[in-house]
Design a protein around this ligand. Structure first.
Ligand code: PEP
Ligand code: MN
Length: 263
């Protein structure tokens, strides 16, 4: 992952014409969880607003085992149907090495490794045995070096297609869900040739902070943003408090484009 050995930016080809890194700019958007029929409606909205990839969790790493755990394979199939209709890559979390075949057989374009699994070394090694693009999140209390070493776990098994993602870290601050480490964006660009994604949704935890921090991450040089969007946030099955509505997402995208022009 070290830029010393690879001065040129890595460009990760996510399929459907989407390339991440090396001066491109991409936005991944969609609900926290796949919930059913609303996925395709949200997907159409985010695509129309300029999102280039669709996200949605089918396997959810919830703090409580009694909270909604995701639709599993049915959720993957709903995502794949949206991908096929809209011709856009899908991004979804893999939590268990035993699920690799389910993800491979459906040609899921980008596998997310969540913050809670950022140091799940057997999982990192397993996804490293494929060539699938991996969106690797920073650990909840992970340092930048730990994030880069997690990327090494994937790359050392033979998969060079890693996108690293700043999603906020745990600090003493309680006004936001996490503390968004904007520093990490230029720091990562200096240390690694891998594309850098930023997730202002999990980093802040509150809808009203998502757009300002998406703008800040764009200005700081993120190659990619991941933003949660839901058509009825109050009734979302997970992370409704940080979801943008499709209208709020459209507004955010217009402002992000202005920041891109300015920097
Ligand atoms: C998510 O993307 O919904 C998620 C659980 O993210 P993180 O692993 O960053 O908390
Ligand atoms: Mn979420």
């Amino acid at each position: 992952a070290n830029r010393k050995f690879h001065p040129l930016d890595t460009v990760v080809d996510c399929g459907h014409g989407v390339k991440v890194g090396g001066g491109t700019f991409n936005v991944i958007a969609g609900p926290c969880s796949v919930e059913g029929d609303n996925l395709i409606r949200i997907a159409r909205e985010v695509k129309a607003a300029g999102a280039t990839m669709l996200r949605g969790g089918a396997y959810k790493p919830r703090t409580s085992p009694y909270a909604y755990q995701g639709m599993g394979e049915k959720g993957l199939d709903i995502l794949c149907a949206a991908r096929d209709e809209l011709d856009m890559p899908i991004v979804t979390e893999i939590m268990d090495p035993r699920d690799v075949d389910k993800f491979l057989s459906r040609n899921i374009e980008v596998w997310q490794i969540g913050a809670r699994n950022a140091q799940n070394f057997p999982l990192l090694k397993e996804v490293g045995k494929t060539k699938t693009p991996i969106l690797l999140k920073r650990g909840i209390a992970g340092t930048i070096d730990e994030l880069l070493m997690a990327a090494e776990y994937i790359m050392s098994e033979g998969n060079p297609n890693v996108i690293v993602c700043e999603r906020g870290i745990r600090t003493f601050e309680t006004r936001t869900r996490n503390s968004f480490d904007l520093n990490a964006i230029p720091v990562l660009h200096g240390l690694t040739h891998l594309p850098v994604c930023a997730d202002p949704s999990h980093a802040t935890g509150h809808t009203r902070y998502v757009t300002p921090m998406a703008l800040a991450a764009t200005a700081a040089g993120a190659d990619c943003l991941e933003i949660e969007v839901h058509d009825d946030p109050k009734h979302a099955w997970s992370d409704g408090a940080q979801a943008l509505t499709p209208a709020q997402f459209r507004d955010a995208m217009a402002r992000i484009a202005k920041v891109r022009e300015a920097v």
